[in-house]
Design a protein around this ligand. Structure first.
Ligand SMILES: [Zn+2]
Length: 419
């Protein structure tokens, strides 16, 4: 039976969003946490963008070292030959999603006659079908193992063209088809019908990329996944941690997992990738909130402060008698319940102007020892740079990462603008 897999796009959709961003070290930590959580794939960035290159290559090396394993790291790339060639130049990238707009509205509005959709429209002008096929061929010829074809604005593309485009993607050798509800225009019923039709007509595994402009991102993602599976193919739901993505955001990672595991029409009927470990939800949501500098709303699904809080008489009494009276799932399932220790006395933090004594004190607390003064000084220098880089106190896992992989940390933080 086909399954539902998660492809997290925080490190691509999240960071390209207005007023949101992550330092490359923070993007690396997100990949580490996603891997720990058993997430199938992280769309981890833009491999053709110059300032991403050191980060991209260092993370692919972490994959080769078995650290970022078994998660798949995949790049996002527009369907332009130059960018695709550039993305594969290092020889390390294995997975990519190639994107182009397919709706009449966007094709007209963005390409204004330079590109048409069908060859019949104007044989003298490049068309979407041929452009897509030649870009898929190129990525495969450069060593891509998994190529996803993204139909941007699929939800505003007519059925007939979408099926034709997806069929051609399959013929060109694409491994997946990404149905992008770029503007969050679908509802659960429309996306179910369309994705099921695509699954039945084309037979390619389908990714659901849903946005929250109408508040339906999670609902459309799971309905689309049901459509894919009922149509006989695997579903890959695109998520973002704390729904950090363009405008009103993407489908929230934790909400999607809970919906698939707990909703009355899905639980036990649709299979979620069994590697997904929901007990890491609390940790990843807290880290993303800290790294983005965006607080978790009090009523956030599963990880908000009120997600397991009861006050009114009937609710509190009921929850105390039997938690199932008012809780659909347990806080322990999300990795909640441990007390948070906040130091209220003296604190030594490691920062961009730290000296060796304070630095040693911080690492002593983590029970990390250095073999020589030189090693300690080298790590101190990296910690200073990491702090310049993130502009906020480093968390324990960041400090541990730097001490464990100093050379990779150095590369992740190195950026030299092109002349
Ligand atoms: Zn998006």
């Amino acid at each position: 039976m086909p399954k539902i897999y998660i492809v997290d796009v925080t490190n691509r959709d999240g960071v390209q969003t207005s007023r949101l961003g992550l330092a490359k070290l923070e993007k690396t930590m997100i990949n580490m946490y996603l891997n720990e959580m058993g997430i199938h794939q992280s769309e981890f960035g833009f491999p053709y963008t110059h300032h991403e290159k050191n980060y991209i290559e260092a993370n692919l090396e972490l994959a080769e070292l078995g650290v970022l394993q078994p998660i798949r790291l995949s790049g996002w790339c527009p369907m332009r030959k130059e960018e695709i060639r550039d993305s594969f130049k290092s020889g390390k990238l294995k997975n990519v999603n190639l994107s182009i707009s397919t709706s009449h509205l966007m094709t007209e509005g963005k390409f204004s006659g330079r590109i048409v959709r069908n060859p019949e429209e104007n044989p003298a002008v490049p068309n979407l079908l041929d452009i897509m096929a030649s870009n898929v061929h190129l990525a495969k010829s450069l060593g891509a193992e998994i190529v996803g074809v993204n139909a941007e604005d699929a939800s505003r593309t007519d059925d007939e063209f979408l099926v034709r485009f997806a069929r051609q993607a399959r013929e060109a050798g694409a491994d997946r088809f990404r149905y992008c509800d770029t503007l969050g225009y679908d509802d659960p019923f429309t996306i179910y019908r369309r994705v099921r039709m695509l699954a039945e007509e084309v037979g390619l595994p389908i990714e659901l990329h849903c946005h929250n402009d109408l508040g339906l991102g999670v609902a459309c993602s799971v309905a689309g996944a049901q459509g894919a599976i009922d149509g006989g193919v695997d579903a890959y739901i695109n998520t973002a941690i704390n729904s950090m993505g363009e405008r009103a955001g993407n489908a929230d990672l934790v909400s999607v997992i809970l919906a698939v595991k707990k909703a009355s029409g899905l639980a036990g009927k649709y299979l979620l990738d069994e590697r997904v470990d929901l007990t890491k939800a609390w940790k990843i949501a807290k880290y993303a909130s800290y790294a983005f500098g965006v607080p978790i709303p009090i009523n956030q699904v599963g990880v908000g402060a009120n997600a397991f809080a009861h006050e009114s008489g009937i609710h509190a009494d009921g929850a105390l008698k039997d938690r199932r009276n008012y809780e659909l799932y347990d806080f322990e399932e999300l990795g909640r319940g441990e007390p948070e220790v906040i130091d209220t006395g003296r604190q030594i933090t490691a920062g961009e102007y730290s000296g060796i004594k304070g630095f040693r004190n911080v690492y002593d607390q983590l029970e990390i020892e250095f073999h020589s003064d030189k090693e300690a000084n080298d790590i101190l220098e990296l910690v200073r740079y990491a702090n310049v880089h993130t502009q906020k106190p480093l968390v324990d896992d960041e400090l541990r990462f730097i001490a464990k992989y100093p050379e990779l940390a150095r590369r992740i933080m190195t950026m030299t603008p092109l002349r």
